[in-house]
Write a protein that binds this ligand. Sequence first.
Ligand code: FAD
Length: 603
Amino acid sequence: TAAMANYQTHEHDVIVIGAGGAGLRAAIEVSSRGLSVGLICKSLLGKAHTVMAEGGMAAALANVDSSDDWKTHFRDTMRGGKMLNNWRMAQLHAQESPDRVRELEHWGAVFDRTENGKILQRAFGGHKWKRLCHVGDRTGLEMIRTLQDRGVHQGIEVYMECTISKLFLDNGKIAGALGYYRENGDYVLFKTKAVVLATGGVGKVFTVTSNSWEYTADGHALAYEAGAELIDMEFVQFHPTGMVWPPGGRGILVTEGVRGEGGILTNSEGKRFMFDYLPESTKNDYAATEDEAKEWVDATINHKKSEARRPPELSTRDNVARAIYVENKEGRGSPHGGVFLDISYQDSERVKKKLPSMYHQFKELADVDITKQKMEVGPTAHYIMGGVRVEADTCQSKVPGLFAAGEVAGGMHGANRLGGNSLSDLVVFGRRAGTGACDYVDALKESPSINEKDIDAAIEELEAPLKREGGLNPYDVHKEMNQIMSTHVGIFREKDEMAEGIKKLEELKEKISRVSVASDKRFNPGWHLCRDLKNMIIAAEAIARSAHSREESRGAHSRLDFPDADDKKWGKLNSACSKDGDKMKLEHTELPEMPADLKELFD
Ligand code: FAD
C-alpha cells in the first residue's frame, strides 16, 4: 500500500509542473506574492525545451518599425490563427508582451541592439512589422538564463529530474500530485492547493519532430485525466524548415530567422517557388518580384527604411510547409526529400554573427558550411496549437485549482501560431497563471486532502510494467504510434486515412496496456517510456479524432478532401476533447464572441 511505499512528501501552496519559460515565469509570480511554490521539472533546471528557441520573441515595441502597435500584433496573430484564436488571449498577449520583454531586460537579459541602443527586432513570417526581439539565434537560452537566475535568487524550491505522473483531486478540486525521480525511481508526493501546468508540447507523438525528448504530452494527459478539456488538438504546426539530412539530424529545427534574414527557398530546378504559393488574400503583403524581395533584404541588412514588401519565404508556416511538401510530391525536391534554403549569398561574417547556432549545427551535423553552401530543409512537427482550455485572464482550466500556461494551453494561437508568438505567450500567460493560482489559493476556504487509496492506485499503475513479464517492448510500441500518426494524421489529411489511423490507435491502446520492462526502477528509461506512452496516446487520439471531425482546411489543418476553409460551418467552432468514463468525448463548442471595437480592426 502507499502507506508502506517509501515516498517523500512535500507541501506547497502552489506547484508548477514544468520549468520552461512559462513555468519559471509562473513560479516567479507565485513566489513574489509570498506563497510557497515548488517548481518541478523532468529534466535539469535550465534544460527545458524553451532553451532551444532560436528566432526570437514577438512584441510590438516598434523599435525598428515605428508604425507597429499592439493592435497590429493582435490582428496579425488572429489572422495567422485563421480567426480561431481565443480573441481575449490574443488581445492580452499583444498588449502585455512589450512589458514582459522590458521586464526580462530589467532582470538582465541582453538582447541584440539597434544602432541607437534599443532592443533590435527582426522580421518573421506573418508579422506585418519587424517585431521579434532576439539574441542572435539563441533567444530561448537567454530567456531561460534570465528567468532561472531570477527564480533561484527569489528562493523558489526546485525539484529536478522528477516526472509528475498523476494529479489528485479532493471533491473535484486540485489536492496534489505524484511523481518519481528519473534517476532512482523513488516516488514523491506533493500536497498542494493549486497546480500550474507548464509542460510544453507533444512532438514525440510524430516520427520527425523538432521537439526534445521531454515533449511526450504529459501535461495534456494529466489535465485530461483530471477532467479538463483539450481544445483544437487537430492543429499541429509542421515547421517548414527542419534538417532532412543526415538521418540522425532529421527534424532538427532550422530557424525561421534564416528566412527572416533573407534566406531564399529554391527547388531542384533552381526556381524560387514560394512566389507561386502565396494565398490570394495575402498576396499584397509580399514582394511580387525577386528585385522587390532583394530590396527588402538590402534594407534589412543596412537598417534602412524601405517601401519594399517582404519576401514570399516569409509567408505563414503552414503555407510554406505545404509548398515544400507539394514541390517534393511533384518531383522537384532536393536529394534527401526537402528543398534548398540559401543564405550563402550574404556576407559570411554577417551570417555567422546573425545565425551562429545554424552555422555550427550544419557544420557539425551535416558538414555543410552555410556561408558557402545551400542547406537542405523540409517540414518537421514543431508545435501544437491545441491544449488545455483555460480562461484567458486567469489561465484556470475547468478543474478548480488547475491552471495551464505556455504550449500546453490551447486557444491563444488558434489554427496556426506565428513564429515568435510562443516565447511572448510563455511570459505573458506564465505570469497570469501565477497570479491566477495565487488568487485561487487566497480565496480557498479549506485545505484539500489526498485520499490514500488514490496514491496506492497511482503507484500500482506505475509499477505494472515492471511486474509484467514477457510483455511488449515500449520502444516498438512508440515507433508504431509515430508511424500511425505520421502516415494517417500528418501534413495532409483525408477522411478514410484518418479513420483507419483512429482504428489503429485503438488497437495500440491495448498494446500499451501490455508493455513490460526490466524490473529495476533505477536508470530505467524504458520504464519512463511506458508511462509516457499512456500520455502520448491521449494526445494522439485527440489529434486524430479532432482532425477527422473538422471537414475543412484551416491553418495547420489541411484536408485533401476539404481543401477550403468553411467559415460558415467551422469558422467559429473549437473542437473539445474530454474524458467520458473510458472513452474520449469530442464536442464542438462556439468561440467566444469578439467585441465590436476589436472586430473593427478586421474591416
Ligand atoms: P518547455 O520550455 O518545453 O518546458 C516544459 C517543461 O516541462 C520542462 O521543464 C520539462 O522538463 C517539464 N515537464 C514536462 N513534462 C513533465 C512532467 N510530467 N513532470 C515534470 N516536468 C515535466 N518559439 C518562439 O516564440 N520563438 C522561437 O524562436 C522559437 N524557436 C523554437 C525553436 C525550436 C527548436 C523549437 C523546438 C521550438 C521553438 N519555439 C519558438 C517554440 C517554443 O520554444 C516553445 O513553444 C516553448 O519554449 C514552450 O515553452 P513551455 O514553457 O511551454 O515549455
